[in-house]
Design a protein around this ligand. Structure first.
Ligand SMILES: [Zn+2]
Length: 127
């Protein structure tokens, strides 16, 4: 294992599901924080970039994973193939673990983590 403190790794956003978003839980592309964030589906946690809904849509439209003009609703979901999906192209909801520096796999997020993520606003109230 490498020495984290020597590598200059950014702080991991450990979640406390009883409260809001941790300080380190921020979009890597814009100032958004305290909102729902998405992450790449399969990437080592050390390399994961968190993206807010609008940056996630932009990222996936560029990669042709979703249609241009896709809009994330207030429920944190998009219309995709006739369904409401909380996946944005190849990006999935980023739910940090409470006591480990990694994210839950998309299909293994505990209910408390799912509810924590759903409680976060989709967009910042300030424009
Ligand atoms: Zn963003």
């Amino acid at each position: 294992m490498s020495n984290d403190s020597a590598s200059g790794r950014v702080a991991f956003p450990y979640a406390d599901y009883a409260s809001g978003a941790p300080d380190a839980y921020r979009c890597s592309q814009c100032p958004a924080h305290g909102v729902k964030l998405w992450r790449q589906y399969q990437t080592c946690a050390d390399y994961i970039k968190l993206l807010c809904c609008d940056c996630a849509v932009h990222d996936q439209v560029v990669r042709s994973s979703i249609e241009p003009g896709t809009v994330v609703g207030d429920d944190g979901k998009i219309d995709f193939c006739g369904m409401r999906s909380d996946q944005i192209g190849w990006l999935v909801p980023a739910v940090p673990c409470e006591d480990d520096d990694t994210y839950w796999g998309y299909t293994s997020v505990p209910q408390a983590g799912v509810e924590w993520w759903k409680r976060l606003p989709t967009r910042s109230a300030k424009q």
